[in-house]
Design a protein around this ligand. Structure first.
Ligand SMILES: C[S@@+](CC[C@H](N)C(=O)[O-])C[C@H]1O[C@@H](n2cnc3c(N)ncnc32)[C@H](O)[C@@H]1O
Length: 232
C-alpha cells in the first residue's frame, strides 16, 4: 500500500515536471490533434488544450513576425466581403482582426465564436467559402483530410492560404520538400498561386481551387515532421 502510494507520487512528480511550451519542442500533433486530452505513455508529448495554447502562444511570441499577421494583412488587402474559414484557429485572432465573415474552427474552444470540431469534418456547406486558412495548423498525419475538407468547402476559384513551420519543410533535416507538398495540394484540385520561403520561421503557400474537381486518388502526400517551434 505504502509502496503504491510512493509510486503514484513519483508518477505525479514526473507529470508536473513536464513542461509544455519549452523551446524547440516536438509536438506529437497527430495524437494531440485527434484527442487533445489523451494521456498515454506512448505519446512523446502530452497536451492539455489550455496548456497547449499557452505554450504555443509563448513560443511564437518570440518570433520576429507572426504568420497570422501576414494572413490578416492579406485579407485586409482583399475585399471584406470574402467569406473565410480559419482551420485550427487557436484563439481566433484572425476573426477578431478583420471585417470579413470568418468561420473559426478548432478542436478546443473557450470562445463562443469558435466552433469546436475536427477540421476534417466542419459543419460548412460545400462550395460556400472564399478563403480557407491554415495558419500553423496542419498538424499530425491527418493533414491531407484537413486539406480535402478545405477543398470541399471552398467555392471554385476560392483561395487556400497555408502558413507552416519552416523546419517541417527542410529536406536537409528530414523535412518534406515544399514543392512536393505543393504538388500534392495541386493534385487535390488546386493551382499554386505563389510560395514565399523568405521568412526564417515559416513558409507561406497560396493556392486557388480549380473549377473542375480532380480525382484525388493516389496523391503522393509527403510526410510532414512534427512541428518544431523554435525561438529565433
Ligand atoms: C499552432 S496552433 C495555431 C493557431 C492559429 N491558427 C494561429 O496561427 O494563431 C494550431 C491549432 O490547430 C488546432 N488543431 C490541430 N488539429 C486540429 C484538428 N484536427 N481540428 C481542429 N483544430 C485542430 C489546435 O488545437 C491549435 O489551436
Amino acid at each position: 500500500m505504502e509502496e503504491e502510494r510512493r509510486s503514484n507520487k513519483r508518477k505525479r512528480g514526473r507529470r508536473s515536471r513536464h513542461k509544455v511550451g519549452s523551446t524547440e519542442k516536438p509536438v506529437d500533433s497527430a495524437s494531440c490533434a485527434n484527442n487533445p486530452t489523451r494521456n498515454s505513455s506512448n505519446l512523446t508529448e502530452v497536451h492539455l488544450p489550455v496548456q497547449y495554447h499557452a505554450g504555443y502562444q509563448e513560443q511564437i511570441s518570440h518570433w520576429p513576425e507572426q504568420p497570422v499577421n501576414i494572413i490578416i494583412k492579406w485579407l485586409k488587402d482583399h475585399s471584406p466581403s470574402l467569406v473565410v474559414a480559419d482551420f485550427g484557429c487557436g484563439d481566433a485572432r484572425l476573426a477578431r482582426s478583420v471585417k470579413n465573415k470568418v468561420f473559426s474552427f478548432d478542436l478546443v474552444s473557450s470562445d463562443p465564436s469558435v466552433t469546436a470540431c475536427d477540421m476534417s469534418n466542419t459543419p460548412l456547406d460545400s462550395s460556400s467559402i472564399d478563403v480557407a486558412v491554415f495558419c500553423l495548423s496542419l498538424m499530425g498525419t491527418s493533414f491531407p483530410s484537413y486539406l480535402q475538407e478545405a477543398h470541399r468547402v471552398l467555392k471554385p476559384c476560392g483561395q487556400l492560404l497555408i502558413a507552416e513551420v519552416k523546419s517541417r519543410f527542410d529536406p536537409n533535416t528530414g523535412g518534406a520538400d515544399p514543392n512536393t507538398f505543393a504538388k500534392a495540394i495541386c493534385e487535390l484540385g488546386f493551382t499554386s498561386v505563389s510560395k514565399d520561403f523568405s521568412n526564417k520561421m515559416f513558409i507561406l503557400l497560396y493556392f486557388k481551387k480549380k473549377e473542375k474537381q480532380n480525382s484525388n486518388k493516389g496523391i503522393a502526400w509527403p510526410e510532414l515532421k512534427p512541428c518544431l517551434y523554435k525561438r529565433r
